[in-house]
Design a protein around this ligand. Structure first.
Ligand code: SF4
Ligand code: SF4
Length: 131
């Protein structure tokens, strides 16, 4: 589906969960290393888990619990999380506007990684979910 959300490297170590609170389908996940599960909440920090998945160990170990992950099979392309001013660091892109590092490509204005090729995170979003 076109328009699915991709979280990229600016989220690493920030992870303030603003995107979680605007997602209507709870498809933005955190990794819990203690339970070895990916989980989503309707409201970040509520402790009420809405959905869970098993992680792919090789993929999830790359960033672990330092970043959030969108399940692309569940994302409805609603656009809420990549609307301007949701993510404080401009980490979220629509997959059809994912910057590839070439000159002239549009980046989110607060993304500190302007100029980088962000396409890795599209495949990584798919790889991290094992079920
Ligand atoms: S709003 Fe941005 S920085 Fe915050 S958790 Fe979501 S992707 Fe990460
Ligand atoms: S585009 Fe909508 S459904 Fe997809 S992750 Fe963002 S808020 Fe959730």
């Amino acid at each position: 589906m076109s328009g699915v959300a991709v979280i990229t490297e600016a989220c690493i170590g920030v992870k303030d969960r603003a995107c979680v609170d605007v997602c209507p389908v709870q498809c933005i996940y955190e990794f819990n290393p203690t339970t070895n599960r990916l989980f989503s909440e309707q409201q970040a920090g509520s402790g009420v888990i809405e959905n869970e998945h098993a992680p792919n160990p090789a993929a999830v170990e790359i960033f672990g619990d330092s970043i959030l992950y969108v399940n692309l099979d569940e994302c409805t392309s609603c656009t809420a999380c990549y609307a301007p001013d949701v993510c404080p660091v401009g980490a979220i892109y629509s997959d059809d506007a994912l910057p590839d590092g070439t000159a002239g490509i549009k980046y989110n204005k607060t993304d500190p990684n302007t100029g980088h090729d962000h396409r890795f995170f599209l495949q990584h979003s798919r790889d991290v979910f094992a079920d």
